[in-house]
Design a protein around this ligand. Structure first.
Ligand SMILES: [Zn+2]
Ligand SMILES: [Zn+2]
Length: 276
């Protein structure tokens, strides 16, 4: 088997594979040596090989003994995740953890295939629901859906693997939530029993994130929106137009929603009370 073919087979597994897998596909020990010498592949550890442009996170997971999973896999797929600092590794039910330099991995011992690479999005979401809880799961689920990464079949597969309580989160999820912050805000207000309308179009204002009560607008600015002057001016124009129609606009950013939620909650409850 040619070195390029061996590399292609490893790439098909997200960039890491065992020698035994390659041999099963028809590569001899000599073929693997030749691929190593030509630089088409490199050795992660004895019996485990990777391609040159494999992601660093997938290599770390392989060094630990499993596949990239949970929040780490979702972040790599472009899904909004609340906390993806650690490397989450799927070990399968009976995997063996290995020591490696700089290990800060979070192992997962769920049912499912063992091996390297990256788990599929359905398994990653189910792992996230167990690992990081309701809010993190809800925001990631909506983000994945919004980005077109979840088919109807995938959504049902995720739902089927959750407990009754977390299934309700899937049932409350929408496909039009444009940021994780928006998802977090919505699930928290729903829990507080505050009814809200999402992505509401208001004449002369445009589309706003949420309306609560009949005249309170809530806007959440994600960390991806860098506040340029023109951006700020546009927001002020929107707020002025909304005020002319009797709306009050409350704006929250990433730091407030994530690190200072009680302040956000007091602002919304206070505004609602004054309206009442
Ligand atoms: Zn996890
Ligand atoms: Zn590790």
């Amino acid at each position: 088997m040619y070195p390029t073919e061996i590399a292609a087979r490893i790439d098909a597994r997200h960039g890491v594979a065992r020698a035994s897998t390659l041999r099963m596909a028809g590569a001899s020990a000599r073929d693997i040596r030749r691929a190593l010498v030509t630089g088409s592949i490199w050795k992660v550890r004895p019996g485990v090989y990777a391609t040159p442009d494999v992601s660093a996170d997938i290599v770390t997971a392989a060094r630990h003994g499993g596949a990239l999973c949970c929040a780490s896999a979702l972040a790599q797929l472009g899904v909004w995740v609340l906390d993806a600092d650690a490397i989450h590794v799927a070990m399968g039910p009976h995997g063996r953890q290995r020591e490696h330099a700089g290990c800060a991995c979070i192992p997962h011992w769920d049912e499912g295939a063992t091996g390297f690479g990256r788990v599929d999005i359905v398994r990653a979401l189910v792992q996230l629901a167990r690992c990081q809880g309701d809010e993190a799961f809800f925001a990631a689920f909506e983000s994945a859906w919004h980005r077109g990464l979840l088919s109807r079949r995938d959504r049902l597969a995720v739902r089927a693997r959750l407990d009754a309580r977390q299934r309700r989160l899937v049932d409350a999820a929408r496909s039009d939530s444009e940021s994780g912050l928006e998802s977090l805000l919505r699930i928290r207000l729903l829990r507080m029993g505050i009814v809200l309308r999402c992505q509401v179009r208001i004449r002369t204002v445009g589309r706003v994130d949420f309306v609560v009560g009949d005249r309170i607008i809530l806007e959440v600015d994600g960390r991806e929106n860098h506040d340029g002057e023109s951006h700020r001016h546009r927001d002020l124009v929107r707020d002025a137009n909304a005020a002319a129609l009797g709306y009050r606009t409350l704006r929250f950013d990433y730091a407030l929603v994530i690190h200072d939620w009680p302040r956000v909650e007091r602002a919304i409850v206070g505004a609602l009370r004054r309206r009442a």
